[in-house]
Design a protein around this ligand. Sequence first.
Ligand code: ZN
Length: 161
Amino acid sequence: MRQEKLLVNSMCGRLTRWLRMLGFDTYYDREADDDQLIAMAKKEGRILITRDVELHERASKAGLRTILLRSPHHAVQLATVISILRGELEIDPNLSRCPTCNSSLRRASRMEVEGKVPERSFKAHNEYWVCTGCGKIYWRGSHWRGISKVLEEARRLAPST
Ligand SMILES: [Zn+2]
């Protein structure tokens, strides 16, 4: 489990899913205003991630640790955050959080997911994870190639330390 808890503001919504997949506890609320985000980050000791210079400066003054992103591109954002946090651009589903709701995942047996995943996926895959919050089922399906590609891109972009 990752140590750092994160909070992403609405300008970087897409990044949230990636950080959760990489195992970071990542709070995201599109409706929350800057005051609420700063209060939340303070209360729960979260690092604030934003592209909003004003919010970044306000959060810094409030004593929060914040990361200001300059690129709108999520692979670049991912590379930047992971390099600052000294994390790995590697997804281990056993450590992942649900990209949708941020709850942790647990392993699920084939028996448990039978009839709940598409027949074709069920035939092709043995490993499943289920979200302990929303119940969504995950496996390394065809979308996994897309995920690997973005991670590869982010690794290429990551400044070597
Ligand atoms: Zn979930």
